[in-house]
Design a protein around this ligand. Structure first.
Ligand code: ADP
Ligand code: MG
Length: 274
């Protein structure tokens, strides 16, 4: 192998906005036959906004939002951004905890509150869109409907993957109808909903056992183990530090189509090396 070809490919990738952290990416990219995506923050913009609030009678909408914002303070999850405009109300939260792939919790005025997924707090819910729930020991006190728009280039990326013979999968911790809607809009081959970080890793192991070579793209804390478990992994530049540290390469500018460019460059380098 000529190290020069690799060096040239790596610098072309950097110029194109794909920062290679581990050199094996160049080898894996052209060989891969499946592309696995996280949903929130990866296929979607991660600019999560509040779309609606339902709350119990003994709570006002403002109180529900203030409690949610207080619980999310310090959270790096894209969902936390939906509540940020309602923060700084002076609500004190003790023992704040992040429950990866589920939500956040903390003690407010001596009472434990949780904010998170339907799977965690309201298992019977059948939401058509992305929703999170606010609950205390008495049960669910509010439901927040969230808008999480797709990235503009997500459909083009999925189409390009299929043209190049890559199968596609969405792996998401979300269990709502938004995941189904998005999967069918994009035409991805496979969807795994309600997937915990462990489920995500297990899925990749199943693919590997079936002889597949998987590329994985993610952004969140919850994606760190699965990024580390993929044959080659990519983190969105706007993602969490832990995702970026676990990934083999970083997509600058959060531009998904750069993955396809990276695959072409890596394939060309491989042809030169052979
Ligand atoms: P994804 O795999 O789509 O990126 P995650 O695994 O990060 O999603 O989260 C799964 C679900 O857990 C989210 O859809 C949400 O309902 C809930 N959740 C996770 N983190 C938070 C948080 N900080 N605040 C509220 N809900 C959260
Ligand atoms: Mg995510």
């Amino acid at each position: 192998a000529t190290p020069t070809a690799l060096t040239v490919a790596t610098s072309r990738l950097t110029q194109g906005g794909v920062l290679v952290r581990r050199a094996h990416v160049l080898d894996t990219l052209p060989k891969a036959n499946r592309m696995v995506f996280d949903k929130t923050g990866t296929l979607t913009q991660g600019k999560v906004a509040l779309a609606g609030v339902n709350h119990a009678e003994d709570l006002t909408k403002e109180q529900a939002l203030a409690l949610a914002a207080a619980l999310e303070a310090g959270s790096e999850h894209p969902i936390a951004r939906a509540f940020a405009p309602h923060a700084n109300t002076g609500i004190q939260v003790a023992g704040r905890q992040n429950h990866v792939g589920q939500g956040v919790s903390g003690v407010i005025n001596g009472q434990e509150w949780r904010l998170g997924s339907a799977a965690w707090l309201q298992p019977k819910a059948q939401d058509a869109s992305l929703c999170v729930y606010l609950a205390n020991a008495d049960g669910v006190q509010a439901r927040f409907e969230l808008a999480d728009p797709l990235r503009e280039d997500a459909a083009a990326l999925v189409a390009a993957c299929h043209e190049q013979g890559l199968k596609t999968t969405i792996l998401t911790g979300d269990g709502s109808g938004q995941a189904d809607k998005l999967a069918s809009e994009l035409g991805v081959c496979e969807l795994r909903k309600n997937a915990s970080p462990d489920d995500k890793l297990r899925y990749l192991q199943e693919c590997a056992a079936a002889g597949e070579i998987c590329l994985m793209v993610g952004d969140g804390i919850n994606d760190a183990p699965v990024l580390a478990g993929a044959h080659a992994s990519f983190a969105m530049a706007g993602g969490t530090d832990i995702a970026k540290n676990s990934a083999d390469a970083i997509l600058l500018g959060d531009n998904l189509q750069r993955l396809i460019m990276a695959r072409h460059i890596a394939a060309a380098a491989r042809r030169i090396i052979k």
